[in-house]
Design a protein around this ligand. Sequence first.
Ligand code: ADP
Ligand code: ZN
Ligand code: ZN
Length: 723
Amino acid sequence: MVLEVIVDISTSEIDRPFDYEGDDVPVGSRVAVGFGNKRTVGFVVGKKAESDYPNLKRAEYLDTPVSAEQLRLMEYMRENYNLRHIDVLRLFVPSKLRDERDPETKKLFLALNPELSGEALSKAVSRAKKQAQTVEYLKSSGGEYNSVLSDKFGAAAVKALRDKGVLTESAVHETRVPLKTLAGKKKDVVLTDEQRAAVDGICTHKGVCLLHGVTGSGKTEVYQAVIERTLAEGKTAIMLVPEISLTPQMLGIFRARFGDNVAVLHSGLNASERYDEWKRLRDGRAKIAIGARSAVFAPLADIGAIIIDEEHDSSYISESNPRYDTKTVAEFRAAACNAVLVLGSATPDIETYLKATQGKYRLFSLKNRISSHKLPEMEIVDMTREFRYGNRSVFSAALADAMRGALERKEQIMIFLNRRGFSSFIMCKECGYVAKCEDCDVSLTYHKAENVLKCHCCGRRYHALSKCPQCGSTSIKQGKVGTEKIVEELHNLFPDARVLRMDNDTTSRKDSYFAILDKFAAGKADILVGTQMIAKGHDFPNVTLVGILEADSALYFSDYRSSERTFQLVTQVAGRAGRADKKGRVVLQTFAPRHYVFAFASQYDYEGFWRKENNTRMVTKFPPYTKVVRVLVAAADEQAVADCTRAIYKGIKELEGRLGGFVYTGAAKSPVTRMHGLVRYQVLMRIQPEIFDEAMKTVYRLVNENKPTKGSSFAEINPQSLI
Ligand code: ADP
Ligand code: ZN
Ligand code: ZN
């Protein structure tokens, strides 16, 4: 039999099937092959009786980790996103399967030799105290890993026992439960009428459903009920959440309800943990995959439901190779499996809601909060007015008062500011010098605790400046404040308050993110200051006050989504207040108090906002009425970048002439012209839906044909960021 094999090497030159001789194994099988003078693994994507090539090498069968259904998904993604076979295949299989070695790390497991009598045993250890203790321990435990025993009783004692033949030895694969949580409590809730209607409707629908529910309306309960019914039908389910929302609390809820049926796929897992969880799903021992976007590729058969929580979240778009949009992928996979796809959000993506109004998606609404309290009242504070009246603090009088009140009542507070560090943008008052990164075209941010300047683009660090390197002046102006500075201000204002901070700087270690949340949940802090990390999903019953600082900071990016983003962020952050039996309040500080985003957000009027925004997009021909495509060309050599960009632009102009249907096409340097030391140019276009698929074939071809040497070119659809 001739097998068509994709080898596990990621370069464009060899991104095609190679013929090998092998047994008649299923497609999706993993094989070991020789390639050039290397040995590598590969994946069988097709079979045929004969090859055009003589003297085929042999492929050795290893296992079958990929299903035929996943291979069809691979084809779809390749075509839709211009991806390489192997880059998609790697999404389906854990990294442990990337070589021939046994993916399971076996550990030595020791137990007492059952053939030895009690007498023989005590004789063997009669003059060795540590050995005797080891034997006692094994009597009660029944057996233990060598590593654990050696830690407890010393390697010498364990070795002596093994040498004497007192122990039996076996190699055991140790499976661990990742992200262990303190026992999640199973809540027995009775679904509300709204919830029940949604569950019934979703479970009888095949296709896509939008679950639009205000924050705290009990969407998570709906998801669980849908999953429960899916399992009852003998099917499996995938539950996707934004990376940041997959907290131990959330996992605890699902484990309490579904036990070992839950497997988690999360970037915080190490390779072994990831493999173990993957294997449980693959073998049918776990029927629910819960995780961030990559869990959409979970190795499940008979999928009955795919659920995407916070479907508007930008983390569902993969922005590095392989680039894809999880929602589109999930929609394809759900359709292929005849499963229902549920998109849930309090602030759906403009396009998702449009499809719901057009009847392409079925809409279910949860209009009420579960708690007896309505959505928290939101007060909009005009910071220009505060400034005119002489308030130079980062907190308005209203927010400072509200914080004082909450602290007195022993209630908790969350303060949101979407800028980390101490202060951004350091400028010399004498000569105007601004500290910038040498590798990127961005200004640096001062971090006080570490006393360094950091580039938030590439992470590079620089010495803090005490005087201007250009003119020597010591009068250096600090720019916009960040979370670190807010904590300092809070300490000045409320010296007794216990303050925690959560942002990229305080959560660089894998477990610190959870540690901060746990601490706050346990009431060991009064105020939590953070970036958008604190906006998502958390359910802290004692939080009654949310402060939003510089709510307009994202409004003026030259991005067609800036209003939508701001509305989503404000709604999400505000939704953290007053979730249980205490009334909540939100104070929003802005320099643009009359902006329509805040008018709608403060009334929690999603529909009103959507109508206005949708209308603007229609009139100005932005998504969802067109698709924005950006081709980005990057390399160290600016001339090469310019040449490739020009060639691509020329090809696209020709295409435009031929097809029509382009709203805009332009080529220019990227706003951030240098990043990580590479020069970046881009071609931007907006394309009408009717000719989009047709146009992209040519765009992808142009991109593939015009890559600078030692650089890259790629196309993104509706990119998250245009910098
Ligand atoms: P959302 O995801 O919509 O923001 P959650 O699912 O987190 O809301 O629900 C908010 C709170 O209400 C949670 O503490 C949840 O356990 C509780 N809850 C949800 N549904 C019910 C119900 N039917 N009865 C009682 N409590 C509920
Ligand atoms: Zn200067
Ligand atoms: Zn940099």
